[in-house]
Ligand binder design. Sequence first.
Ligand SMILES: NC(=O)c1ccc[n+]([C@@H]2O[C@H](COP(=O)([O-])OP(=O)(O)OC[C@H]3O[C@@H](n4cnc5c(N)ncnc54)[C@H](OP(=O)(O)O)[C@@H]3O)[C@@H](O)[C@H]2O)c1
Length: 269
Amino acid sequence: MNLLVVGASGFLGAEVCRQAVAAGHRVVGTYHSAAVAVPGVAPCRLDVTDRVAVRALLTEVRPDAVVATPYRYDDWAVTADGAAHIASAAAEVGARLVHLSSDALHAGRPTPYLDDDVPTPLHPYGAAKAAAETAVRAVDPGAVLVRTSLIVGEGSKQIQLCRDALAGRAVLFTDEARCPVHVTDLAAAVLELVPTDLAGPLNVAGPDAVSRAELGLLVARHDGLDPAGLKTATIAEAGVHRPAEVRLDSSRAAGLLRARLRGVTEVLA
Ligand SMILES: NC(=O)c1ccc[n+]([C@@H]2O[C@H](COP(=O)([O-])OP(=O)(O)OC[C@H]3O[C@@H](n4cnc5c(N)ncnc54)[C@H](OP(=O)(O)O)[C@@H]3O)[C@@H](O)[C@H]2O)c1
């Protein structure tokens, strides 16, 4: 299979590339400001905010499938418009699209979110991810939208945040619950979705819901660090506006896919 991974220089994109190359696929991987560090991947610079460039690349590569991971937390043009550009170009060349979405499009509530719960974004990043989904679904109704949560594993910025909080350089919220997933499990799930015709939103996250502060304690235990230094607060104490409890119910994905989505307590045991 000819696979195009958009965002191959990113954390998840690189792991998708590694597993795809290992499985014998021909992989073209894009980068924007960093480099593609995965052997066997044909690297290609792409700015997804440039609609013409996205279309030109897909027309040239003619992939069978596209895995779309790019985002910038505070950049609507990358996160929302970029996703729309990729979807439109993928539809034009008839490529299967796996689009990476996020639990950040939910406002937070005590009960878990199901696959097809509609977005209720609280902040601009969540709104951009919601807009990306709407654009992708409109342009390419056959695309699958992988809604995931904190991506952990070596090199994860979520794990780095925990280490920073353990060193007193950052704060972890005690009331911000998420369902972390390991990058290798998520990448395997993403690749497994490529040859299917599954369409629309699908939650793909780990089964364990933990608060950011609990994740920090798991990292402390895993790394052999003193948990006493962990800096924590509640969302209200920090005076920020962000979703508190966002638990993704990934039971449908867990039942459909061979890839095992391990809980974070197992991952960081
Ligand atoms: N990380 C998490 O915990 C988490 C949680 C939920 C959902 N997600 C979703 O999962 C996906 C992957 O996340 P990640 O953590 O792997 O992201 P990441 O490591 O930050 O990688 C982001 C990728 O986007 C690329 N990119 C940024 N601006 C671009 C532009 N203008 N044109 C083209 N590419 C551009 C980056 O390229 P350069 O680095 O080369 O600039 C990089 O390859 C995202 O869609 C994110 O919303 C992530």
